[in-house]
Ligand binder design. Structure first.
Ligand code: SF4
Ligand code: SF4
Length: 177
């Protein structure tokens, strides 16, 4: 499935539910992101290389490697409770919005303020009951959408975005793709 096909599938699945999501709204861009398709990660890395200048890409690679190492040291389950500003978030917007992972495409919220509260809260219990209910609904729907999309295309394995990028960066150094 191409990114456009994935978007059309998701649009049909959410059936006109209200969503405030748009490029530049980024409260949801401070967490771990799991990808299941190597080609998605490859497209993201190629786009980052093309859209950043040499110094920018070097800084991006350093950030990716540092975060990947920190996440690996903690372990995914512990790390996912933390705040991880995505290395692709540049000047408040996603550098690869047109190519963003399925996990990012499948998150829809009608209320950016709830997303901000979720990002800033130290734990789920700090949210109001209404925010907890919305956060749960967003998370469950995103999970269902990702499963449905994975059923429609090849799955290479579930890995966190930074881990995929480090693997591809290392492969590139070895002359592989
Ligand atoms: S999920 Fe929330 S933070 Fe993310 S784009 Fe949508 S409204 Fe904004
Ligand atoms: S890939 Fe883009 S949309 Fe997804 S978390 Fe990173 S900055 Fe946000």
């Amino acid at each position: 499935m191409t990114p456009d096909e994935i978007d059309r599938f998701i649009t049909r699945a959410i059936a006109g539910e209200p969503a405030a999501c748009a490029r530049g709204c980024h409260w949801c861009c401070h967490q771990l992101v799991v990808l299941t398709c190597r080609e998605d990660a490859r497209a993201i890395l190629d786009a980052a290389r093309a859209r950043l200048d040499t110094a920018g890409f070097t800084a991006f690679e350093t950030q990716v490697r540092e975060q990947a190492a920190a996440i690996a040291a903690l372990g995914h389950d512990v790390a996912q409770a933390g705040r991880w500003t995505c290395p692709l978030l540049r000047d408040g917007a996603c550098l690869v919005y047109d190519l963003r992972p399925v996990a990012c495409r499948s998150v829809f919220s009608p209320d950016p303020e709830c997303c901000r509260a979720m990002m800033e809260a130290d734990d789920f219990g700090a949210l109001t009951p209404a925010q907890q209910a919305l956060a749960t609904r967003i998370g469950e729907r995103s999970f269902r959408l990702q499963i449905a999309i994975n059923d429609r295309r090849p799955v290479d394995g579930a890995k966190e975005l930074r881990q995929w990028l480090v693997e591809l960066l290392d492969a590139g150094r070895n002359g592989e793709r």
